[in-house]
Design a protein around this ligand. Sequence first.
Ligand code: NAD
Length: 426
Amino acid sequence: MSAVSKMKKELLSDPVFSMAAEQFDRVADVLELDEELRDRCKWPKRISTVACPIRRDNGTVETFFGHRVQHHLSRGPTKGGLRYHPKVSVGEVAALAMWMNWKCALAGLPYGGGKGGIQCDPTMMSIGEQERLTRRFTMEMIPFIGVEVDVMAPDMGTNEQTMAWILDTYSTHAGHLVPGIVTGKPVDLQGTEGRTEATGRGVGFLVYRMLDKLNIRCSEATAVIQGFGNVGRHAAITLANYGVKVIGISDVRGAVWNDKGLSVEDLCKHVDSHGSVVGFPESESIDPEEMLIQLCDVLVPAAVDMVIHKGNAAELKCRLLAEAANGPTTPEADRIIEERGDITIIPDILCNSGGVIVSYFEWVQNLQRFNWSRAEVIAKLETQLEHSLERVLQVQKRRGLTPRVAATALGVEETAKAKSKRGLFP
Ligand code: NAD
């Protein structure tokens, strides 16, 4: 077996990558991509793994492994989050980079997809340890990143403080402030208004638009949300602002339920002081797995991947599945949902694209030394999301595709066009 096919086999042995690859293959068939272009669009351009030794607070030295995958650079710099989670693997990061790639192309952003991850548990690390790890990872990555090469953003387990450390490390090395090296940074460091809540706000906006198309009034709709981090929280706030009754919310520690609707505002305060939704007074506890299959209009997975699978897809009782997380639905579950025909999916690469769209706005402001107001950012975000949604719905209808295949086809087609027009070097 050649070294190249060994690499492919290794990536495909990861369940998350194999899921992304299966989605890609289905779309490549629809687009009738020839074998050569298919290969060029499917496999990541660069995979870097670095060892990051840091001193723990107890004086010992521990080495963590960090990965960065740049799916392709044909349409501009790669763009994508950095994840800190115990289950991070090269295959998962490569899958997330591939999804980012289609997401950026679908939204018409001049980026390829990238993603990074460090296998660690940030909940078991002090702030000082997280800072040392982030700075060390950034130093190791300096040859491979740059404002025109690869731009990171927050993802699971990271936040605007993580971005501030990356910016500081990179800028100290460069000898001047380089704000465009990351997005999702604090507004005080030339971050943009509206970025923190952009992903969740975008999820809420798209749900609102789809409910309207399904003739369901927001004021009569109920929602269940898995995950109450950055994305889940802001999706809940936005949905509640549209008048949707949020009846169930979970996080890694448990789930809470209230048929009459949870007060999202009070729940946010509870989580800020207790670190979890668990124990929220105006609710009863519910098994987090059971929560996913309760009757509701909108189900929003906003945590980890592969949570809608062949074991629960047939049991879902929602009308709309809004994929706020990346890769929450397995291909088997997709097939079951397709056969059922009674659930509409807003696929992840559309549903959570608000984050990268506002990241792009942040990057553009950094390059041009502009500051847009919050109202400008939100208005531009909603215009862009509406445009992406209409494109997906049109292609879905015209070609008789599922929303996921339609959205992915739009993304893959853009990438394939760029690659074939640029030609092959040398
Ligand atoms: P986060 O770290 O801020 O929050 C994650 C939340 O999920 C936490 O509430 C955690 O307790 C919960 N969680 C973790 N494992 C869980 C489990 N097994 N069951 C239930 N809850 C669980 O992360 P985030 O930034 O909100 O990201 C969530 C998802 O959204 C990820 O899939 C991420 O890739 C995706 N996403 C994030 C952004 C962004 O801007 N942050 C953009 C696009 C997509």
